[in-house]
Design a protein around this ligand. Structure first.
Ligand code: GUN
Ligand code: ZN
Length: 498
């Protein structure tokens, strides 16, 4: 890995970073979205992308250009930047996707890299093999050998200042993804796209997509800039960023527009079913749904594509702001409510809480517990893992609120589901400043009860009393037998009766 990426801020595995692109003499702030420009069917003129949409980088396909005599000659004579009329950073793909779709392409990594360099690409791609999800392990391993040869050819090629992608394949085998990612990080290539996730996304298998990303991240480590190849729907961005993706490409803005689909960060709408436009981009402010529907077909398509792209960039700005504030997972939780498959993706992310915890900042803005899944966030895991660092008094009352009069103890600690017990001195430190609902759900109570069990484990000689607020049985079942229980709600009822 060469040194072209600097981290500025982080939350969960998400980060704000700076990708230096020497050939373009530019620095791209990440997470970044690259609109896909198909030189054969342009929906939005690339010259508009920077000023109107804020795109610093776009991606186009060098294989499509190479395969068309007119485009090839034009790109060779004036270069990509002038041909497209875009003065930002231009990344190029290699034809691998065409290889996966049609089974054959007629260029080698060496040839297509030389062509990408010739036409002025700033970030080039070798010919990797995108192994689809249904592939056998043998197939995935065979394809990986070819991809690794392509990476070696890319390393050997004379690519000058151009950055070069090292795609990570391995289908749905996390150990293969992790192993190739480790090897890719050892090359002197620059950007690391997680490949062949398009079929997963098209069939809403976001959990497997996240597993593939997390596996790649384990192999790559935190220093590598990661591109999620083909992920263009804004509802997936927050989740993918939280898993550690830095670059996205969107063909979706144009493809969805072709059949009347209106993208939003909380899901897909169909123009034919919209009575109002729930967005404040220029298109949506200046048009009614009827005006969009009644426009000539090409105009409807272009306007929809413009909205789709505006909304995608708006979501990226929201994500970056959330990272700054330490609120990325709260945003992911909101997005996960937009589609059950996204919730599966978020749950797969939380299955990796140990991995997330290693990179997650130890202090950030207030933790908001806003869903049952909040109980599985890395901050809760970390708090419980660190209970063994606390000095536990011989006798401690852990309370969710009140202090029962009849009890005796050396100290009173607090408990705030989903977090387990903590001494009052820690109440003003992250994450225990958490805002949690007064009516804790079962998951949160069970997580807090696990915390009590962990404390009982690290302080077997302490007398522990727990004053809880009407916890459900399944949570109380997680509290070890030696802990004395008191239900604050019952005390209150008794007091009221007196
Ligand atoms: N575009 C979408 N997926 C892929 C992939 O796996 N490899 C390449 N090169 N391009 C892609
Ligand atoms: Zn809009």
């Amino acid at each position: 890995m060469r040194d072209c990426f600097e981290l500025r801020d982080a939350d969960c595995l998400g980060r704000i970073g700076e990708l230096s692109v020497p050939r373009a003499d530019a620095v791209v702030e990440t997470p970044a979205l690259m609109p896909v420009i198909n030189p054969n069917l342009e929906t939005i003129a690339p010259s508009r992308l920077r000023g109107e949409f804020g795109a610093e980088i776009l991606i186009t396909n060098s294989y499509i250009i190479h395969s068309n005599d007119d485009l090839r000659e034009q790109a060779q004579s004036v270069g990509l930047h002038e041909m497209l009329g875009f003065d930002g950073v231009i990344a190029t793909d290699s034809g691998s996707f065409q290889l996966a779709e049609y089974g054959d392409i007629d260029v080698t990594t060496e040839e297509i890299l030389a062509f990408q360099r010739e036409i002025g690409s700033d970030v080039a791609t070798p010919v990797d093999i995108p192994t689809p999800p249904a592939a056998s392990r043998e197939q995935a391993e065979r394809d990986l050998e070819t991809t690794e040869t392509a990476l070696a050819d890319a390393e050997a090629a004379d690519t000058g200042e151009m950055l070069v992608n090292a795609p990570i394949q391995g289908s749905t085998y996390p150990d293969l993804r992790e192993r190739t990612a480790e090897r890719a990080a050892e090359t002197d290539l620059d950007v690391f796209p997680v490949g062949a996730v398009v079929p997963l996304m098209n069939s809403y298998r976001y959990d497997e997509m996240i597993e593939a990303v997390l596996a790649a991240k384990r192999g790559l480590g935190p220093a590598a800039p990661v591109h999620l190849f083909g992920a263009g729907h804004p509802m997936t961005f927050a989740l993918a960023v939280a898993a550690g993706c830095d670059l996205f490409d969107s063909a979706a803005y144009a493809i969805y527009a072709r059949d009347g689909r209106y993208l939003t960060a909380s899901g897909t709408e169909h123009l034919s079913e919209l009575s109002y436009l729930p967005c404040s981009c220029p298109v949506c402010v200046e048009h009614t749904p009827d005006e969009l529907r009644d426009a000539p077909e090409a105009e409807t398509e272009r306007l929809l594509a413009e909205h789709n792209l505006h909304d995608s960039f708006a979501e990226l700005r929201r994500i970056k702001e959330a990272i700054r504030k330490g609120r990325l997972l709260e945003l992911v939780e909101r997005r996960a409510r937009g589609h059950p498959a996204l919730l599966d993706g978020y749950r797969a992310l939380l299955d990796g809480a140990k991995q997330l915890e290693r990179e997650d900042p130890t202090s950030k803005g207030t933790f908001f517990a806003v869903s049952p899944e909040s109980a599985r966030r890395p901050e809760v895991l970390r708090h419980h893992d660190r209970l063994d660092r606390l000095d536990v008094p011989d006798s401690v009352l852990i309370t969710e609120g009140g202090v029962p009069r009849t009890h005796e103890y050396d100290a009173v600690w607090r408990i705030n589901p989903p977090f387990g017990p903590y001494p009052r001195e820690l109440a003003e430190t992250y994450p225990l400043t958490a805002e949690t609902p007064d009516r804790a759900d079962e998951r949160a109570q069970r997580a807090a009860a696990d915390g009590v069990a962990r404390l009982a484990d690290v302080a077997p000689d302490s007398r522990i009393q727990l004053a809880h607020d009407d916890w459900v049985d399944s949570a109380l079942d997680c509290v070890p037998g030696g802990v004395e229980l008191e239900n604050l709600a019952e005390i209150e009822r008794r007091d009221d009766e007196e």
